[in-house]
Design a protein around this ligand. Sequence first.
Ligand code: GRF
Length: 201
Amino acid sequence: MPDSRLRLRIAVFVSGGGTNLQALIDGKREGAFQSDLALVVSNKPEAYGLERARQAGIPTFVEGGDKSLIQALEDHEIDFIVLAGYLKIIGQDLLEKYQGRIINIHPSLLPAYGGMGMYGLRVHEAVFKNGEDFSGATVHFVTEEVDGGHIILQLKTNIRKASSPEAIQKQVLRLEHVALKLALSLIEEEDIEIRTFVRNR
Ligand code: GRF
């Protein structure tokens, strides 16, 4: 029985340590999804996520060089983008070409604690300061509105026992890793609908 699941060629965009990227690398190896991690992009040449890609044998591309990002994506026949700790706003040209095929992982239960300026530890500091009982991870489609796209899935956790923003961050990061792999698996099974991709668009 041929496998009817979608097989995507994914570019993962990182800006920092890349633990979400590592979760995808490990998940692919464990069979959590079948799509190919075909390129890792970063806006920061020093991002450790690029080193993780190199260790996994995945091609990398650092923005800002001579070649345009779009050209690099086309050269690697990318048809899906995962933002994983990527701290730059997606340009209009990229959005037009890939909207409906770009997802992001955010470390809160959106729409709470989302939007411009809400990223990394800042999210957990705000959650901790407000004494929230719960937090979690959200995977959503990327649109021009920061953290505003349609929500694909959320994983929620009780943080009453967390004694600091760092403790919340650690608890939520584990959920992010699971959520991202699960979202890709649902997309491959087409339980989550994505836009039809026109390569030369
Ligand atoms: C994580 O909190 C992620 O949700 C956010 O960036 C942080 C770092 O992610 N988008 P990573 O360890 O670089 O994957």
